[in-house]
Ligand binder design. Sequence first.
Ligand SMILES: [Zn+2]
Length: 173
Amino acid sequence: MLSCLERNQDPERAHEDYARVLLMVAQHGDRYARRLFVQQHTDVLGGYSAYLLHLGDGDLEAVFHDAVLSRGGVWPKTLMGLRLALPKRLEAQLEDPWKAWRALEGYAPGGLEIDPVCLMFVDPHDTPYVARNAGRTVYFCCPHCLESWETRRATGGAELRFLRIQGEAGSRA
Ligand SMILES: [Zn+2]
């Protein structure tokens, strides 16, 4: 699972983590999730992120679907699909650009949750960092975010932020 603090480590692993989240957003995300994904990854997408964010909702969805074709060994059909599947800034560091996608061939993401600390997408079936809060489960990308959540929760700040992001302030247990 991609951790917010591990982005600049081993490029092969960074790309696999990136591709895993991309797959999750493509399969479970809505138009907001797709835009948030692009915003979360402007560091690797570079100038392409501005272009992607400029697309309409339908076109952006098509680019996401195009990008995840590469999981089955099919190259994306469009330049934007290719750049989303294989961000230029990562590609330059990879020995085998398609290794990450081949590794994900059998991967079925469980859904879409947002780490309320760093605002990254988290696969709820793939992270051990979990907390229970006001009757619901909250997922984190790494132990640091979980720890930060627990600390802020003690002061009353973390829960407010979580509720605002999820838009569920009225449905609290
Ligand atoms: Zn995090």
